[in-house]
Ligand binder design. Structure first.
Ligand code: SF4
Length: 376
């Protein structure tokens, strides 16, 4: 057995990990994934000791990833962008993943075509700051070279005949441009669910976080998106107890949640990341205060999620079946709003988008019957 530690924190803290945990065999950063077989071989060669690879090569690793022969599954992920230039004060990503890099459009379309040909009906485009995408447009495309924004890339992907659903994550409120809003308005393949992190509902805290947008700008962006796609469901990330956050700041976060309404969300207590500006702030919020605030925020978010799911009961939702469910004869898939949906259906319907009458909601999923196959 070999023990390897990989990812952003490994990139930032590689030597410290080796010092504190000498039993770790390999430590490597995100830019070195494509060299993993080589690292394993080095450790296995007797006497070479542990391997540390936190180098940050300029060449894009995507060129080195082999084309997999394995079937991608019904729902596949496709990395289109890496890195971030935003430097939010709590986040380690700009230091560990480097500056924004966007893969060329032609490369992404070729990979998406391969995934679709291999059976993927849904592709989720990935990037740390995915809607800052600005990859090279194919020279023979409509834009005649130059750069594509995310909206243009999605428009090109929507032309792939076998690709029924497109999603993207994670996006930044500042990078929602007109092209992306138009894509939400015009492309039925682009699913009406968007993870749009806001982190805080207080302008003072957003400023301290260096988020580079205000609460009003966030709300305006949400309004633009909802005008374009009225059934758009939103998700977000929240940090409570950021250094210096007052009760008033926290109440502003609750007010923003109340005003926007989320279908789901991720919320966390602030925890310092070594090497980031916020980690050394002197006005850290006491742990019990963070705990109390997180409980209050999560109660509100859970109430909104329950209400959103409850509103789906009695509706017919198109569900892309992905795999067998836990019970015999049951399949599980996703609604357009990314909810897990269980229904009785034969296994040969995996990969199909099937209308499902939603009958009930659980804490994290919906259940129903294939529409028309059982009396209502
Ligand atoms: Fe970039 Fe997101 Fe990290 Fe901010 S939180 S620095 S936008 S990756």
């Amino acid at each position: 057995m070999l023990v390897a530690v990989a990812g952003c924190v490994a990139q930032a803290e590689g030597e410290e990990i080796q010092r504190r945990a000498p039993f770790v065999d390999i430590v490597f950063g995100p830019q070195a994934y494509h060299r993993l077989p080589e690292m394993v071989a080095r450790v296995e060669r007797a006497g070479e000791g542990a391997v540390l690879d936190t180098s940050f090569p300029a060449e894009p690793k995507f060129d080195y990833l082999p084309e997999t022969g394995a079937a991608p599954g019904v729902s596949a992920f496709l990395t289109i962008q890496e890195g971030c230039d935003k430097f939010c004060t709590f986040c380690v990503v700009p230091y560990t993943r480097g500056a924004e890099y966007s893969r060329p459009g032609a490369e992404i379309i070729a990979e998406a075509s391969r995934l679709a040909a291999g059976g993927a009906s849904e592709i989720t485009l990935l990037g740390q700051n995915v809607n800052a995408y600005h990859g090279a447009a194919p020279p023979n495309g409509q834009s005649g070279g130059g750069a594509w924004g995310l909206g243009e890339l999605i428009r090109a992907l929507a032309r792939l005949p076998r690709l029924a659903r497109i999603r993207y994550t994670t996006s930044h409120p500042r990078d929602v441009d007109d092209g992306l809003v138009a894509a939400h308005r015009e492309l039925p393949q682009l699913m009406p669910f968007l993870h749009l992190p806001v982190q805080s509902g207080s302008d003072r805290v957003l400023g301290a976080m260096n988020r580079r947008h205000s609460v009003d700008q966030y709300k305006t962006t949400v309004e633009r998106l909802r005008r374009a796609r009225p059934d758009l469901a939103l998700s977000s990330d929240f940090i409570v107890g950021y250094p210096g956050e007052t009760d008033q700041d926290f109440r502003a976060t609750l007010a923003l949640v109340g005003a926007v309404g989320y279908a789901q969300a991720f919320s966390f207590k602030y925890s310092p990341r070594p090497g980031t500006p916020a980690a050394t702030a002197v006005d850290q919020v006491p742990e019990p205060v963070k705990t109390e605030r997180l409980a209050a925020l999560q109660a509100l978010l859970q109430q909104q999620q329950r209400a959103f799911n409850q509103d789906c009961v009695g509706r017919v939702l198109p569900v892309l079946f992905e795999k067998p469910g836990r019970h015999q004869g049951q399949l599980v898939g996703r609604s357009p709003y990314l909810q897990a949906v269980h229904a009785d259906a034969p296994a040969d319907r995996i990969g199909e988008i099937v209308p499902v009458m939603i009958r009930a909601t659980g804490p994290n999923s919906l259940s129903g019957d294939i529409a028309g196959e059982r009396a209502a």
